[in-house]
Design a protein around this ligand. Sequence first.
Ligand SMILES: Cc1cc2nc3c(=O)[nH]c(=O)nc-3n(C[C@H](O)[C@H](O)[C@H](O)COP(=O)(O)O)c2cc1C
Ligand code: SF4
Ligand code: SF4
Length: 258
Amino acid sequence: MNKVYYFSGTGNTYWSAKKLAERIGDAALVSISREIKQPGIHVEADAAVFLFPAYAYGMPTMVRRFLERAEIRAGYLAALVSYGTSPGGALAEAHRVLGRKKLTLNYAGRIPAVENYIPIFGAQNAELRTRRLALQTAATEQAAAAIVSRANNRVLTFQPFASFVSALFRAAHPGMNRLFRVTAACNACGLCARICPAGAITMTPERPVFQKRCEQCQACLNFCPRSAINFGRLRADAERYHHPEVAAGELFSVLREE
Ligand SMILES: Cc1cc2nc3c(=O)[nH]c(=O)nc-3n(C[C@H](O)[C@H](O)[C@H](O)COP(=O)(O)O)c2cc1C
Ligand code: SF4
Ligand code: SF4
């Protein structure tokens, strides 16, 4: 049995993980945000594949913690990063974390996708999105073929600038929940709380409240049906993004079911 572990905010990584699991066959799709809640994390598989988005040139904090805590027994290990412009040292970070556990990452791959950090970079225009979605499809297919054939490659591990940026982000993001603002358009539907992979949103009868354990995944802000969540200087009328083939219901039902 193969296992495909994913962390995803706006669906890009989830989409690739799902396609990859279908393509490599005999594979279970496992949500890292659900699995990390278990008291002991046991990864046992013929091939274990970890998919995650690049966050500030590194891995999401939850994915890093997951790899650090997991007891991993697999004949073949692969890590794939989805990214908007440059994944920086995200794969090198995975390689280092696994290396400290005396595990070797057999294959590391990059999956270009649409940028989702819209409060910082804004939404990509329709033409660029179409191009990035096509690149994502091709790269996912290429990664699946590599994993099916049990390909091996090497990761460039010396990336000091990327490591520095990633460490800064890890230190800063636990306080960034204070930058969320909820507008009067919110009708307290609770979708943001259900979709949050970090369980960082609690609902009062009137509105969501953001907790410190926010990973900055952008799911709440991009999936809110009323565009009622703003962050920093993001304007209420700014365009939102999530993967066009991943509906909110699919993401949170996956989180609840597994
Ligand atoms: C907090 C944060 C930091 C990000 N940092 C990077 C980055 O350093 N490099 C990059 O290319 N994309 C970066 N992105 C973009 C995402 O990696 C990219 O859009 C990814 O495909 C999102 O995956 P998801 O839809 O599964 O959440 C960042 C996004 C977020 C939310
Ligand atoms: S998803 Fe949007 S409308 Fe629904 S509770 Fe959250 S902020 Fe309010
Ligand atoms: S609060 Fe929003 S941005 Fe933070 S982890 Fe939850 S869904 Fe993601």
